[in-house]
Design a binder for this molecule. Structure first.
Ligand code: TRH
Length: 393
């Protein structure tokens, strides 16, 4: 791009780290890979600091990783709007900023970046315009997704090459385990990362691992799951650095790492349990089998979302491997697999899943290759140029 393109990303943190996780990743990518001048407005700098420890939550404005970060407080300053304005997850833009957008001769391209879903309707809604009811502005819905008819997924330019280099370098992997103060996996061990919400079936899975015939080493990043982990081992609390053993199960608690380092954990483990949105996408890029703990919604629509994704992900798998995966995912999310009366039982589902491991490993790798054709940042920039051209003509 010849002219310096400016971009404002607005993010409110609802809970957890997914909203800011996605915005932070996108902000870095637009700046570092596409040379845009990016400003990220976020209402909760403490959450951003978890992903990027150099952030100072006290500062109203600061720079990190090529991005200008502004604390989005209720008293919004007078601000010249950017060329590209991204409202993440339908957070409401400050009125004064919207008025300033409307006053521009060349109106900014205004995008509402939506949550990720594999449901069919996403392709129909991706890119739809929504004219402002009273101002000369149009907002466009941009839906991330898994097919070419959607907005694609966040993927850094060099991510898959870095992943391959890491996964093919035994020394790098050993050094990684050493950096966590851990030995390399034993030959018959399954090493698992576990990032999830509070989950009533977690003790059952732990029990199955403890009683299993081969060792399982489970790495749990610091977070909401720790009280359950502690309770399983008869402790009152668990903290980073703690290690617990029962039967063939070893659980180690890890610190919550900087966002850029979380990928290595996913690349190094055999199987990853992930949650929400962003870690689920990262697990897919890792090219390893993964189990998704979906973010629960009150009206239960999360299970439709989960099943839509499962159907897409499993479409090219042999039926028995697909069934094993469906069962474990559904049981982990507290629902018995569709059409089955038995209660959710991830312990049993695990054994079946394990018997398809090598097939699921190959599938996970080729799935990542296939998905990489649909890159969100590139699609967003194409969309921005297209809309900009229509406006100018
Ligand atoms: O934190 P989440 O549960 O976020 C959720 C979802 O995004 C959900 O859709 C949304 O509605 C809700 O928030 C409000 O899970 P998610 O999306 O995986 O985000 C976690 C982020 O934390 C991700 O960017 C990866 C990052 N992370 C680290 O940086 N270091 C770590 O050690 C770990 C475990 C995660």
């Amino acid at each position: 791009m010849s002219q310096l393109v400016t971009c404002d990303i607005f993010c409110t943190v609802v809970d957890n780290y997914g909203d800011i996780g996605v915005c932070w990743r996108l902000a870095k990518q637009l700046s570092n890979e596409h040379g845009m001048a990016v400003r990220l407005w976020v209402d909760d700098l403490v959450s951003l600091r978890r992903l990027c420890p150099e952030i100072n939550p006290e500062l109203p404005a600061q720079h990190s990783h090529g991005v200008k970060i502004r604390h989005w407080s209720p008293a919004f300053p007078e601000t010249a709007p950017a060329h590209l304005v991204i409202e993440a997850f339908a957070c409401e833009l400050p009125q004064s900023y919207v008025a300033a957008m409307a006053a521009q001769q060349h109106k900014p391209v205004w995008i509402n970046l939506e949550y990720l879903s594999a449901e069919d309707w996403v392709a129909d809604c991706h890119g739809l315009p929504s004219p402002h009811p009273s101002l000369p502005l149009v907002k466009y819905f941009f839906f991330p997704g898994f097919t070419s008819q959607t907005g694609g997924l966040l993927l850094e330019r060099d991510l898959l090459a870095r992943r391959d280099a890491f996964q093919n370098d035994a020394q790098a992997i050993t050094a990684y385990w050493q950096s966590l103060d851990m030995p390399p996996p034993k030959p018959d061990e399954t090493r698992v990362s576990l990032f999830c919400y509070e989950n009533p079936v977690l003790p059952e899975l732990f029990t199955a691992w403890a009683a299993g015939s081969a060792p399982v080493c489970c790495l749990v990043p610091e977070g909401r799951t720790l009280p359950q982990v502690a309770a399983f081992f008869g402790q009152t609390q668990a903290a980073p650095g703690d290690a617990f053993q029962r039967g063939n199960l070893e659980v180690r608690v890890l610190p919550f790492v900087e966002q850029e380092r979380y990928d290595e954990l996913l690349w190094a483990c055999d199987i990853n349990f992930v949650r929400g949105e962003d870690s689920c996408v990262r697990a897919q890029w890792a090219g390893k089998p993964f189990i998704w703990h979906i973010y629960r919604q009150h009206d239960g629509v999360h299970m439709q979302k989960l099943r839509a994704f499962m159907n897409l992900y499993c479409a090219s798998l042999p039926p028995d491997a697909a069934q094993a995966l469906h069962r474990l995912w559904e049981d982990w999310n507290g629902e018995p697999a569709s059409g089955q009366a038995a209660p959710a039982s991830p312990g049993q589902a695990w054994n079946d899943f394990q018997s398809h491991r090598s097939m699921l490993r190959q599938h996970a790798y080729s799935w990542a290759q296939q998905l990489s054709a649909s890159n969100l940042a590139l699609k967003l920039l194409d969309f921005f140029r297209e809309v900009g051209k229509i406006r100018a003509s």
